[in-house]
Write a protein that binds this ligand. Structure first.
Ligand SMILES: O=C[C@H](O)[C@H](O)COP(=O)(O)O
Ligand SMILES: C=C(OP(=O)(O)O)C(=O)O
Length: 450
């Protein structure tokens, strides 16, 4: 792979018209920004273009119903949170969910972490006010620090470089866990047995028992579990900060095509998906599989134009619409979008994000989500696709492997009064380990009914 100093790449990126880029930090020091971007451009890619192509094929399989996608991870990764234990717990949770979903869907589950790059956040407001003091909003560790002081909230471009190193270390451990034996299906199944052994989760015992039987059947047939000790795992994040994504964009030496080597899959968020904006222009130039968040506010005509821009050749697996309508809206707003996009002949993969349309402020003042709403949105997503004869291709979830108390509900019955016990997110509330597994069991039930 060539670096951004490659004349071909420079030409291609410099050809990018000067389009408006929403949600970018107001970097106070242009020279410092320049230095950070130049430094990033000299670093090795985090992923290989060929891996992105593999993921594109997997996303294409999901668009046909031959695979099911599980995307999950933190709302906002932090530098301090990039520890071995946190990464291990998140991977473990995703592997456990994937095992249950594989059983429910009877197709391979494509595992994609919101990890190793999810360090930047779009915000509703540029500023945050506490007790009469107004400072720049926290925009993710890639930009500034969560601490509420003027110095901490000042955007620092060296954080772009730190984000690269934190992503690199995270991805290194993720690759080690997923290929070095930790992902052994027999361990994963044992962990799930531990989950259903908890009296709160007894209603999922039947699925766990059925999986147990299936594993014994496979063993009796001579299945090689040793060969199933590793698994494919991909990294994804929102391509929000163009000062990070552009210098990590490289020419694939095999084909001459551009790839954003900061992750296998990048998505464009609800707040930055404007057709005339720099974000969609950027992803239209790279060859990674791309996601776009779609809320109930999306106009179908805009989505059709977006497909023409990002996926003019209608390549299966290239474009994923991650719908996040809210439990109260999904049944009303999703059908016409799916119907019209399908009628246009586009080959998009449909994924449900049941988190971002279901956020509210609890009576005690915490930003939270109700587990019931999360489940209901996924249920609505399945109902809509079933009614239209289209394919529900996967789910996209904000989760952690730790026992935080950020979303209310679930079998543990987390209440508003419990939120203050372990509310650790620096942005949006995540499902904890138990709630994530519970969601997987419920989605497995939905899938096996299909
Ligand atoms: O993750 C999504 C957004 O970044 C987040 O919901 C914005 O939160 P805010 O409305 O508190 O800025
Ligand atoms: C900001 C996010 O979501 P959305 O763009 O859908 O609001 C996100 O997934 O982190």
């Amino acid at each position: 792979m060539s670096l951004t100093t490659d004349p071909e790449l420079r030409t291609s990126l410099e050809a990018t018209p000067d389009l408006p880029a929403a949600q970018q930090p107001l970097w106070p020091d242009a020279a410092a920004l320049d230095a950070a971007v130049t430094e990033l451009a000299t670093y090795p890619p985090l992923v290989f273009a060929g891996e992105c192509d593999v993921l594109r094929d997997r996303m294409a399989a999901a668009s046909r119903g031959d695979a099911f996608v599980l995307q999950g991870g933190d709302c906002a990764e932090t530098f301090a949170g990039a520890t071995a234990d946190n990464i291990k717990n998140r991977i473990k949770t995703i592997l456990q969910m994937a095992a249950v979903l594989t059983y429910g869907a009877s197709v391979p589950v494509v595992k994609v972490g919101r990890m190793a790059g999810q360090f930047a956040k779009p915000r509703s407001s540029h500023t945050e006010t506490r007790e009469g003091v107004t400072l720049p909003a926290y925009r993710g560790d890639m930009v500034n620090d969560f601490e509420f002081t003027e110095a901490a909230r000042n955007p620092d471009p060296q954080r772009l470089v730190k984000a690269y190193h934190a992503s690199s270390a995270t991805l290194n451990l993720v690759r080690a866990f997923t290929t070095g034996g930790f992902a052994d299906l027999r361990h994963v199944h044992d962990w799930n047995r531990g989950f259903v052994a908890n009296s709160a989760n007894q209603r999922y015992e039947k699925i766990a028992r059925d999986i147990d039987k299936a594993m014994k059947f496979m063993a009796a047939c001579g299945a090689d579990f040793e060969a199933m000790k590793g698994t494919e795992f991909f990294a994804a994040h929102e391509a929000l900060l163009l000062d990070y994504e552009r210098p990590l964009t490289r020419v694939d030496s095999r084909t001459g095509d551009l790839y954003d080597t900061s992750a296998h899959f990048v998505w464009i968020g609800e707040r930055t998906r404007d057709l005339g904006g720099a974000h969609l222009d950027f992803v239209s130039r790279i060859h990674n599989p791309i996601g776009v968040k779609v809320s109930a506010k999306a106009q179908v005509d805009d989505l059709l134009r977006m497909i023409d821009l990002v996926d003019p050749e209608r390549t299966p697996g290239r474009l994923t619409f991650i719908t996040r309508m809210g439990a109260g809206q999904v049944r009303e707003s999703l059908p016409s979008i799916v119907e019209k996009v399908t009628a246009s002949g586009a080959a998009v993969t449909w994924i449900c994000d049941p988190m971002h349309g279901n956020t509210f402020e609890s009576a005690s003042g915490y930003k939270t989500r109700d587990f019931e709403d999360v489940v209901d949105e996924v249920r609505g997503f399945f109902e809509v696709h079933q009614a239209l004869g289209t394919v529900p291709g996967g789910i996209h979830v904000e989760l952690t492997g730790n026992d935080v108390t950020e979303c209310i509900g679930g079998a543990e019955k987390i209440l508003d009064a419990d939120l203050n016990k372990r509310y650790e997110t620096v942005c949006d509330p995540r499902l904890n380990h138990q709630q994530s597994l519970e969601l997987a069991f419920l989605v497995a039930e939905m899938l096996s009914r299909d």
